[in-house]
Ligand binder design. Sequence first.
Ligand code: URA
Length: 241
Amino acid sequence: MKIRLDRWMTALGLCSRSEAKNLIRKGTVRVNGKNVSNPADAVETEQDTLLFQGNPVDGRLFRHVMLNKPAGILTAARDPKQPTVMELLPPVYASIGCMPVGRLDKDTTGLLILTCDGEMNHRLLSPARHVDKVYEARVTGRLTEKEVLAFAEGLDLHEFTARPALLEIGRAEEGDSLARVTVSEGKFHQVKRMFAATGHEVLMLHRSRFGPLTLDPALSEGGWRELTEQELGALRAAAGM
Ligand code: URA
């Protein structure tokens, strides 16, 4: 993205716009190895290199992250009282406008994508696009073929009927059951409500897949990494871009 140098520094959260202008004029900033003195100089944010007060800075404004969300953390950009997923990332991600793609409940763990690409974010969540999400669940009671059929038919959740979903039962016992659920929409508390509609309470919910992306098993809870080029390409394709 082509923008003014002073705006670039502000977008990266390095300093305020007026501080950026002063620092550039004082000669404390280098772009592509050269001293610069004009705050209005145009830069290419994804390509140009930035040296700020002697330190190299990663200047990319378009970043995309895979996070293994732990329980007890809100999926929100900010919250006055409770910790949010943004606090698991270095502050620059909030400065450049990285946002969660959809939300996981506070007690849900697993794969959360965060991106600075608002258009891709919007498209991935569009109800028209039906991006698959896969959840591993532990629920109360014994799951049977009856629930598999109910999920496949599309459950009546009062204000809407859920789209057909795939329920694969792992272990089924009287006390509790393990299952994998694939849904193609993302309404509020969707999976919990689907199980509740069939008489089961969700005891644990973990998202293992979002569209074409699978949670990297190398990421421990709270761990994150940037998407690879290949993953980003697959995600953009899922978004129809
Ligand atoms: N469905 C839910 O009920 N909760 C989540 O966090 C995600 C999907």
